[in-house]
Design a protein around this ligand. Structure first.
Ligand SMILES: [Zn+2]
Length: 291
C-alpha cells in the first residue's frame, strides 16, 4: 500500500494509506501573515477521517468544514466532539475518545488512541530549541491559569491575531490531549500535536515514523520539562524507539509571536546521542512516501 504524508503546517498532516485519506488535525486556514501551505479547507474534497489531537483553535478549527465537505468522520476528545456538534457536525460523523480505544479506519488500518499532555503554557521562558529551561515545578492549577492568561494577553495586542482567535469557538482548556498510533499493513505512524507526554506510555510503541511536536515548554508527566526542547524531543525518540522522526508545530504558524524553529538543533541532539533514527525534514504539501 502506498503511504504518503503531507505536512500542512502547525501539527496538521494529511496521511494517505492506499485509498484512505486521514487528516491529523485540520488547521489549514491560518492568519494571512503565516507562510502559505498551498491548501485551505475550501480545497479539501476527499477525507475519510479527521483525527484531532486537542481542542485548541490551531488544531481543531477546520475539522467541521472538512467533515461537511467530505462526509469524513472526526475522532477527538469529548470536548473536541462537543464543539464540533455545536458547530453543526452530525452526531453520526463524530467519535469521542479518551485513550485506550482502537478505532478501525479501514481494512488492516486502525488508530490506537492514548492520553497525552499539552505543553506548559504557563511557563514563559525562552522558546528556542536549545535553551535549557528549569524550574516552574509544582505550580497549582489556578496559578497556572493566571500565568497563562498573562502570557496570552501579549497575543491580544496584535490585531490580526486577536481578530483571528475571536473568529471561531473556543474550548474549555485543551480538552485533554491525545496521541494516535496509526497502524497500517506497511508500518505504523505515531502522531503527537503538542510537546507533552506521559513518558511511561511511549515505551514499547516503536512506531516506524514518529511525528512529534516541537514548540513551547515541554510537559513531561504533568510537570515542566527540566531541559531544552531538543533534549525533550530526543528523550521521546529514545523512549519510542522510532525508526524515523519528523517534527511539527515548529513553523512560523502565528507570526509574529511564533518564529520558525530550525530542525538542525534537534537533529544534532539525536546524532549526539547516537540514536538510530532518520530525521525527515518535511516541506508543506510534499506528498512524501513515508513507509
Ligand atoms: Zn494547544
Amino acid at each position: 500500500m502506498r503511504v504518503t504524508l503531507d505536512w500542512l503546517g502547525v501539527s496538521t498532516f494529511r496521511l494517505t494509506v492506499g485509498d484512505l485519506v486521514v487528516f491529523l488535525d485540520a488547521y489549514l486556514d491560518r492568519v494571512p501573515a503565516a507562510p502559505p501551505i498551498g491548501l485551505t479547507t475550501a480545497d479539501v474534497t476527499r477525507a475519510d477521517y479527521v483525527l484531532v489531537g486537542h481542542s485548541h483553535f490551531d488544531h481543531l478549527w477546520g475539522a467541521d468544514r472538512i467533515a461537511a465537505q467530505t462526509g469524513a468522520t472526526v475522532v477527538g476528545s469529548y470536548e473536541s466532539v462537543r464543539m464540533l456538534v455545536d458547530a453543526g457536525v452530525p452526531n453520526e460523523q463524530v467519535v469521542a475518545v479518551a485513550g485506550g480505544e482502537p478505532v478501525q479506519l479501514g481494512d488492516g488500518i486502525r488508530a490506537r488512541v492514548f492520553p497525552s499532555l499539552h505543553t506548559c503554557l504557563w511557563c514563559l521562558g525562552a522558546m528556542d530549541a536549545t535553551t535549557v529551561n528549569t524550574g516552574d515545578l509544582g505550580v497549582a492549577l489556578h496559578e497556572r491559569e493566571r500565568r497563562m492568561a498573562e502570557g496570552l494577553a501579549a497575543w491580544g495586542e496584535v490585531p490580526e491575531i486577536l481578530d483571528h482567535v475571536l473568529s471561531g469557538p473556543h474550548a474549555r482548556g485543551d480538552g485533554g490531549p491525545l496521541i494516535y498510533l496509526i497502524e497500517t499493513p506497511d508500518g505504523s505512524v505515531l502522531w503527537q500535536d503538542s510537546a507533552g507526554s506521559w513518558s511511561a506510555l511511549l515505551g514499547g510503541l516503536t512506531p516506524d515514523v514518529a511525528l512529534l511536536a516541537a514548540v513551547g515548554r515541554p510537559n513531561r508527566d504533568g510537570e515542566p520539562y527540566q531541559g531544552s526542547l531538543a533534549d525533550f524531543v530526543a528523550d521521546e525518540v529514545a523512549l519510542l524507539r522510532a525508526g524515523r522522526v519528523a517534527l511539527c508545530h515548529h513553523d512560523a504558524w502565528l507570526p509574529p509571536v511564533t518564529p520558525a524553529l530550525p530542525v538542525e538543533p534537534f537533529a544534532s541532539e539525536l546524532t549526539r546521542r547516537e540514536l538510530p533514527v532518520e530525521v525527515l525534514e518535511l516541506d508543506y504539501l510534499e506528498g512524501r512516501n513515508i513507509l
